[in-house]
Ligand binder design. Sequence first.
Ligand code: ADP
Length: 491
Amino acid sequence: QSDSGVLAGDPRMLIDGELQLTGSGAMFDVIHPASEQVAGQVTDGTVDDMARAVGAARRAFDTTEWSRDVEFRYHCLTQLHAALERNKEQLRRITVTEVGCPVSLTGAHIESPIEEVAHWAELGRKFEYLEDTGLHDAIGGQTRRLIHWDAVGVVGAITPWNVPFYLNIAETTPALMAGNTVVLKPAQLTPWAGSELGRIVAEETDIPAGVLNVVTSNANEVGAALSADPRVDMITFTGSTATGRAILAAGAATVKRTLLELGGKSAHVVLDDADLTAALPMAATLACVMSGQSCVLPSRILLPRSRYEEGLAILQATMEGFPVGDPWDPSKLQGPQISAGQRDKVLGLIASGIDSGARLVTGGGVPPEFPTGYYVQPTLLADVDPDSQVAQEEIFGPVLCVIPYDTEDEAIAIANNSIYGLSGQVSSADEDRALKVALRLRTGSANINGGQHFGLTSPFGGSKQSGLGRRNGVHGFQEYLELKTLGLPAN
Ligand code: ADP
């Protein structure tokens, strides 16, 4: 494999406008998952560094005009958009280096989030922060009421490693444009997507000191300290449901607003009239791109028993021909898992599925041609018990669990048999029928016959234990704002 594109990111945090290393000089390694080699280091921020960052964000919110000056925010985010565009190739190489995602997929990792910055700048500038609702009956006569959308305050943003640059942007820029100040805590495995954002903000924009802080750290306690700090008004988080619960509990003491985008276990309900050759190659592809390391990708396929073997054969053919390999090779769509720990977790879940009676159709192990790098073969498990661990837990690997069903009601019940409710898919020759099934899925979104629910202008998030609140669209922007109602005399 080639390490030719490996690039180190900035080792420094951004606290109160200063790019800095932690006082002790402690650093931690960033590993390139395709080679298992150390690509470089980043500063290992402490709980004290986090406290300073929160203090800076608090001061910037309480003592500057940031939250009241929408034109200045627009200026800063427009500058940030241009700066990210200038640094695009560097950000792309850093992402492939630390995530190990194929360079062919970096449009979604890099280009889309850069565009997202411009989107929030425009949306936030046009947003009506003040609404006059007119006259209302009130005690002793009439009153006039105004509604104002205030910034929430200091927002703590905690991000995971699977699409780190995108999620850093998705969690910080709408919060900033809405007038909040932000402390970002990037994931341990992918600190550079955050530290580079900090460097670009500090060196190439007018975003004032304290408005955006980035604290890299190898310790979960530093994220925990952010989510428990009483000076923080809101936490926005993407990651596992277990960590989401801890963040919710930590915020309870000071009643923090919480926006959580957590795990998923999407089911693809294939109805008996579906065009399998249209639906299933894409389903298998989506299970393997990003090595399955995305919460929205389908991980359970529900096939009607009448077309079960036909469907399995199509899935198997796609998975066996799937382009797995060096993420720097533009012809590959699946690279390694991010770490040895993740690879071992995926292999363990595959083994548990087989133990619980699932049939291994293809894959199931480490590809023999890639002994180095944390690779896992595209894996197809059939006859999966819907209650088994592999059908219930989020795998975050290139693994599809196929479950047979007899009736449409049974398919919907299996799809909904999950603590998660992030996304779903339905395929049918009859769009109305598919729509009716999609409406019965207890999920925050669903795709029908290859349609795409995900987009900057549409709300995205989970029901059940997949999350709280929504990202994207006007709804997603409003999550970072607090309503204030003003009563005035009627005349
Ligand atoms: P994973 O288990 O896949 O690594 P997590 O959901 O644990 O994902 O991690 C996502 C982010 O949450 C990371 O930035 C991590 O540092 C942070 N984190 C982990 N534990 C906690 C916690 N108890 N409180 C706040 N943040 C945490």
